[in-house]
Design a protein around this ligand. Structure first.
Ligand code: NAD
Length: 364
């Protein structure tokens, strides 16, 4: 509706660390230009340096200082892109939303499941345009796979296989040895789950099996290697579909990164499998659709996967357009992220205990 369109959409870039520097602020500037009003970081020197680098005119050491100063200038803020460490997602997200600002938050929603629920509930109550930085739903090959499933040609989904792996050294070992990161499952598993979950008609019921395998990490880094370097799990859905998950750091792989999703359906399968080699540019390994009507196998290729920069830019553009009232969400709100992370938290609980875990009991 035309009357709901916002002509201006002013945002703050909150957090001036690696991810903001390498990706997010570039995207914000491309989409919004001078409407990026300020950089905020509790480390003011860092905020100032990043602001200078991207020609953002102001830097502050807190969101409240930014709000007060901008108000004095007669400027309104409409949204905050929050790219701070996991431990600060909750507090920084709550603060921005308490001012009525839209939020683009980094993943995971929060390092703690209860706080993640609280943050998403708070945003929903205030009808805030709130998304979480899972970029893979914006990958054009993933979108193509989803369209093939939605067309209905392949019939009911029976199983979904997800794999996401990174070579030893990505991320650096100090990151995975830090208990605050939540290990590979919390850092990583939400990505492929987020890409497929909105398509699954059933509810996740039970983690049938979940294992952490630290073998690779111990071999490479010695007995002190304690993090969840590799996680495998199977999740059963209420309609009988199964989701299998294989996420790894310290993976024995020639590729820097591998990302794969595959749907096995009544009448065939569809999937994308891609890898990043040396440059982190994503290339397809397998990207095709096949089905067997009457026993005949047909196949055709989908588009190549997007580069990381294309995905993050498309996501930022969509968040801004939703906030301005120009388009609806391309299917990845904070509420969707919460459903993906619900599975992640149940998988982690199952791996800890070695028992089967009911998803809604472990992560209600
Ligand atoms: N979506 C993705 O693909 C992806 C990729 C990499 C990292 N990430 C996420 O991005 C986030 C940031 O990671 P990073 O590597 O840039 O971390 P980082 O440690 O390099 O930067 C974090 C910055 O946040 C600042 N900060 C902390 N608390 C703050 C607060 N309350 N207000 C303002 N600033 C605050 C710190 O001073 C620091 O400069 C993490 O949550 C990480 O999981 C996402």
């Amino acid at each position: 509706v035309a009357s709901n369109i916002r002509m201006s959409y002013n945002v703050l870039a909150v957090g001036a660390g690696k991810q903001m520097t390498d990706h997010r602020l570039r995207d914000l500037k491309l989409v919004l230009g001078d409407a990026v009003l300020a950089v905020v970081d509790i480390d003011l020197d860092r905020a100032e340096a990043l602001a200078r680098r991207f020609s953002v005119p102001r830097a502050f050491n807190s969101q409240s200082a930014a709000r007060d100063a901008l108000e004095r200038e007669g400027l309104s803020v409409h949204g905050a892109m929050i790219v701070v460490g996991n431990e600060a997602h909750f507090q920084a997200g709550m603060e921005a939303m308490s001012y009525g600002w839209d939020v683009f938050g980094e993943k995971p929603i929060a390092s703690d499941w209860c706080k993640a629920q609280e943050l998403v509930r708070y945003g929903a109550e205030r009808e805030i345009n709130f998304t979480i930085g899972y970029p893979y739903p914006y990958d054009r090959a993933v979108v193509w796979v989803r369209d093939e499933i939605k067309s209905g040609d392949l019939g009911r989904i029976q199983r979904v296989k997800l794999r996401f792996a990174r070579q030893n050294g990505i991320p650096a070992p100090h990151f995975w040895n830090n208990p605050d990161t939540g290990g590979v499952a919390l850092d990583f598993a939400g990505h492929p789950i987020a890409a497929v979950l909105p398509l699954l008609p059933g509810n996740p019921e039970m983690v049938v099996d979940a294992h952490r395998w630290s073998d690779h990490g111990r071999l490479l880094h010695g007995g002190s290697f304690a993090a969840e370097d590799t996680m495998e799990a199977t999740v059963r859905f209420s309609d009988g579909a199964r989701l299998s998950l294989d996420v790894s750091w310290a993976d024995f792989s020639p590729a820097e990164e591998e990302f794969a999703i595959e749907f096995g359906c009544e009448r065939g399968w569809v999937g994308v499998e891609c890898a990043a080699l040396n440059t982190r540019a994503r290339q397809p390994i397998v990207n095709k659709w096949a089905c067997s009507p009457g026993g005949q196998l047909e196949s055709r290729c989908g588009p190549p996967p997007s580069g990381y920069e294309e995905m993050t830019l498309a996501h930022t553009q969509n968040w801004v357009n939703v906030g301005r009232g120009l388009e609806s969400t391309l299917g990845f709100t904070a509420a969707d992220a919460l459903e993906a992370e619900r599975i992640v938290h149940a998988v982690r609980a199952a791996a800890r205990t070695g028992d089967r875990v009911k998803v809604y009991e472990a992560a209600g």
